[in-house]
Design a protein around this ligand. Structure first.
Ligand SMILES: NC(=O)c1ccc[n+]([C@@H]2O[C@H](COP(=O)([O-])OP(=O)(O)OC[C@H]3O[C@@H](n4cnc5c(N)ncnc54)[C@H](O)[C@@H]3O)[C@@H](O)[C@H]2O)c1
Length: 481
């Protein structure tokens, strides 16, 4: 059977029949819906079944660096076997229209990987539904990809569809034949998952079933494909002992074992990530899947070398109470003269990283793949800060730019410890060669300047948190004006 499913340069609107908080399937372009979409310039590609091939023979990348010099990085397999092939390594970036995914797709494309984005654009729909917008104007995914091609000559393929639709995902896997699948494609906001029952169910269904489908697609169609899955440091919670990278060795009643590190998630979103990790670990054991779970900290920043090349390549910058993350939010608040919203006592400490390090970490994970059957866990962050520490840093950086910044404690909408011990290990990516961009004064200055540049786009009504963990109910929450 031949299926048409590769879509580029295609524009369409979400179905008006989609409920505000319903599954995304009405919005996406799955195989059945594909025919009815109004696409101005659609490329159709047939996908005959293919025999399975040995990964070691084909997993290599010809890399075009920033300097224009061509290098050929070897994967772990190739380093072990001592030879490489010249075909560019193929990476499927699931969720490649989002904040981390877009920056990563461009970075990998720039480095010479053959990239395909899989995304159902549901994140743009959430923004419409909740009346939110990125601080930075973002171009449509089709225009982003066209602009990238015109600037660099590099093609990024685009599959618009929902990974919860296994038929769609199967066709994408069969057609693209990825060597690695980087999976960013989830509902990623803890507050969103705590709005009401419907959003909690959506989040867990979308994330857990989507990941399960990716695992089945790898098993069925690309068994050598390395899964690089974005998890979160939030899976561990805030235990009163050091946090290890995925596993802890415990001696109990005289016997010793190395076990998965305990998980204490604190929202339905974080719980979906825990469920994902368990499903991935199980399929590594049962089916021999090779997987890396990247327990990522909170990401800040917006520009990478590639997204800075043209305004149509700009990344999204969320500052609202639902999708905005701590430091980015504080920079926007400082830029518009809003007091920095410190939740409760502000002692909440987490791992943070620059978005330029997100793309670097993913590249390192791809270039050094897990072995068949191996479930690896890397803690992906570079520094730890408490909310109060971040507020102090932003206040000081704002003063240098002549901004009067104040921090204000607001009632904490979450259920979490506000003062606690926190010491999380993060050595494995450093051992693979991560060169971190630490949060220096100059970076904060440029982030603040960036926020000031776009401050006329800020909707002050979106700044305060308005989703309470305790007040969540089964009733659909309406958005009042
Ligand atoms: N941003 C952070 O600070 C942060 C921190 C830790 C972990 N992470 C993880 O990194 C990943 C990416 O986060 P982000 O900030 O880029 O999020 P994002 O919301 O900006 O991007 C997610 C993308 O996935 C797509 N998507 C969601 N469900 C999908 C589905 N069923 N099928 C196809 N596409 C789907 C969305 O349309 C969106 O483009 C997430 O898994 C998140 O949990 C992010």
């Amino acid at each position: 059977m031949k299926m048409a499913h590769l879509v580029t340069n295609c524009s369409f609107s979400p179905s008006p029949a989609v409920k505000p908080y319903a599954r995304s399937s009405g919005y996406c372009c799955n195989v059945a819906q594909f025919q009815s979409l109004k696409c101005s310039n659609v490329v159709l590609k047939s996908c005959p079944a293919r025999p399975r091939k040995a990964f070691a023979a084909r997993a290599s990348a010809v890399v075009q660096g920033q300097t224009g010099k061509t290098q050929t990085p070897l994967t772990g397999n190739e380093q072990a076997s001592g030879h490489s092939s010249s075909r560019p390594k193929k990476v499927m970036v699931i969720g490649g229209d989002g904040y981390c995914g877009w920056a990563t797709a461009l970075h990998l494309s720039n480095k010479g990987y053959e990239v395909a984005i899989v995304d159902n654009l549901v994140r743009r729909l959430f923004d419409h539904q909740l009346g939110l917008d990125s601080l930075t104007p973002i171009a449509s995914i089709q225009n982003r990809i066209r602009r990238w091609k015109s600037l660099t000559g590099k093609t990024i393929q685009l599959y618009v569809g929902d990974i919860c639709d296994f038929e769609f995902l199967s066709e994408a896997f069969k057609s693209f034949e990825p060597d690695s699948a980087v999976h960013f494609g989830e509902q990623r906001s803890a507050p969103y998952s705590m709005i009401d029952r419907s959003r909690a169910v959506f989040t867990q269904h979308n994330n857990v079933i989507g990941t399960l489908n990716v695992l089945f697609a790898i098993k069925e169609f690309s068994e050598e494909c390395h899964l690089v899955k974005l998890g979160t440091m939030g899976e561990y919670g805030t235990p009163n002992i050091d946090i290890e990278e995925g596993f802890i060795t415990i001696t109990h009643n005289g016997r010793t074992d190395t076990l998965p590190y305990p998980k204490q998630a604190s929202s339905f979103y974080h719980l979906s990530k825990v469920h994902d990790s368990h499903n991935i670990a199980f399929t590594c054991k049962a089916w021999g899947i090779r997987a890396t779970d990247l327990n990522q900290g909170v990401v800040y920043g917006v520009r990478t070398d590639e997204t800075a090349m043209h305004e149509e390549l700009s990344n999204r910058f969320d500052y609202d109470g639902i999708f905005g993350t701590a430091l980015n939010r504080f920079c926007v608040q400082a830029a518009v003269g809003h007091p920095l919203t410190v939740y409760g006592k502000g002692g909440q400490t987490r791992g943070y990283l620059d978005i330029r390090d997100t793309v670097q970490c993913v590249e390192l994970a791809i270039a050094n793949p897990a072995k068949p059957g191996e479930f690896r866990v890397f803690n992906q962050f570079t520094e730890q800060f408490s909310v109060n520490e971040l507020a102090k840093l932003v206040t000081a950086a704002g003063a240098k730019l002549g901004l009067e910044v104040q921090a204000k404690s607001v009632p904490n909408p979450r259920v979490e410890a506000e003062e606690h011990y926190y010491n999380a290990k993060h050595t494995k990516l450093m051992e693979l060669g991560l060169e971190p961009h630490l949060l220096s004064d100059s970076l904060l200055d440029s982030l603040l300047n960036f926020a000031v540049q776009y401050k006329d786009r800020v909707d002050a009504a979106q700044i305060m948190p308005n989703v309470s963990w305790k007040k969540m109910s089964a009733k659909p929450k309406t958005v009042s004006v």
